[in-house]
Design a protein around this ligand. Structure first.
Ligand code: ATP
Ligand code: MG
Ligand code: FE
Length: 337
């Protein structure tokens, strides 16, 4: 089954074709990062207008790269939440129009569940269940126990900032630029871990907290204790990575999982990738960088695994800007079967 995925939840306009949930035939991402960087963050109104301009060319280029026509596509999967309402609306309405015009089945996908599926698209590996997914992205930090496709239990989440958000805020504080993750990682490469920062662990749970880290960094900067931005970046990155790895491995042990899955934009961080592998007694699946950040192949892959169970969305599919992860199962009830 060839699924066409459409993703417009934030500031990437993306289309991809994936065969049987695992093989990428075409994968096109148009990033708006240059447009938003001068504002230091994503401007929602600008993002949705840009999606409108990009979506048709992106789909055309994707089909051309895959040497496919619309007739050779079996189904459509589109991100319907969480994300920016105006951005989601472009993708969902575009996908619905194609589904209607071409008479193809459609399914709405939770963007965060999609992130996990980068692990099924990673060449040379098939994740084993039960698995523990660490989803670390711009807006979310979730630990999800996955017993099977579509069978999820949220066992931990951030109480305040998401890991990616923490990187973005720290980068702004240190005047390193935007987006924060990649610039902190780069600066950290020429820095040393010198600053003492809080551990951000919430006792008795698998939840995370990053706002204390950010405040501590702010205080140190304000009182002139940050001599080198590179050292501060290295210290901050190390503190975030330590928290993520420690919580994940504790949860993995408690739940006796066979596999750890990294997902989301922050999973592109090389120090996180390295430390998770180093410290984990359990096999760790790490997707290639381009599949960690937003793209439509993850949405197409996730869509396939729902579709083979007979799940479908109706053409009245809506957008759900603050769709929680727990809705992955709940939302299916809105779908025609
Ligand atoms: P969400 O998935 O929660 O809706 P999003 O789609 O905006 O949010 P992603 O595209 O998955 O988020 O990830 C973007 C985030 O990943 C940004 O916060 C960015 O700073 C972070 N990021 C990207 N590369 C790196 C890196 N090398 N190190 C750390 N963080 C990174
Ligand atoms: Mg983005
Ligand atoms: Fe994302």
């Amino acid at each position: 089954m060839r699924v066409l995925g459409i993703e417009t939840s934030c500031d990437e306009t993306a289309a991809a074709v994936v065969e049987n949930g695992i093989k990428i035939l075409g994968n096109k991402v148009a990033s708006q990062v240059d447009i938003h960087s001068r504002y230091g963050g994503v401007v929602p109104e600008v993002a949705s207008r840009q999606h409108l301009l990009s979506i048709v060319p992106v789909l055309k280029e994707c089909l051309r790269d895959a040497s496919l026509t619309m007739e050779q596509i079996d189904a459509l999967a589109v991100t319907c939440g969480p994300g920016l309402a105006g951005s989601l609306l472009v993708g969902v309405n575009f996908a619905k129009s194609i589904a209607m015009a071409a008479g193809k089945p459609l399914i709405g996908i939770n963007h965060l569940e999609g992130h996990i599926y980068a692990n099924w698209l990673t060449p040379g590996q098939t994740p084993r269940f039960p698995a523990l997914a660490l989803i670390v992205s711009g807006g979310h930090t979730d630990l999800v126990l996955m017993r099977d496709h579509g069978d999820y239990q949220l066992i931990g989440r951030t109480r305040d900032d998401a890991a990616g958000e923490a990187f973005d805020k720290a980068a702004r504080l240190l005047n390193l630029g935007y987006p924060g993750g990649p610039v902190i990682e780069k600066a950290a490469k020429s820095g040393k871990v010198t600053l003492k920062l809080p551990k951000g662990i919430i006792p008795g749970s698998f939840d995370f907290s990053f706002s204390g880290l950010k405040t501590a960094l702010y205080r140190l900067a304000e009182t002139g204790q940050v001599a080198s931005p590179n050292d501060a970046a290295a210290s901050f990155q190390e503190a975030v990575v330590k928290i993520l790895v420690k919580r994940t491995l504790a949860a993995a042990e408690e739940h006796g999982v066979n596999q750890i899955l990294l997902a989301g934009g922050v999973a592109a961080n090389s120090r996180l990738r390295e430390k998770m592998i180093e410290d984990s007694p359990i096999p760790v699946s790490i997707p290639p960088l381009s599949l960690c950040t937003d793209n439509a192949a993850i949405i197409a892959s996730c869509g396939y695994f729902h579709m083979v169970k007979g799940e479908r969305s109706n053409l009245d599919l809506d957008v759900y800007p603050s769709m929680p992860f727990a809705w992955v199962n709940g939302l299916i009830r809105n779908f025609a079967r």
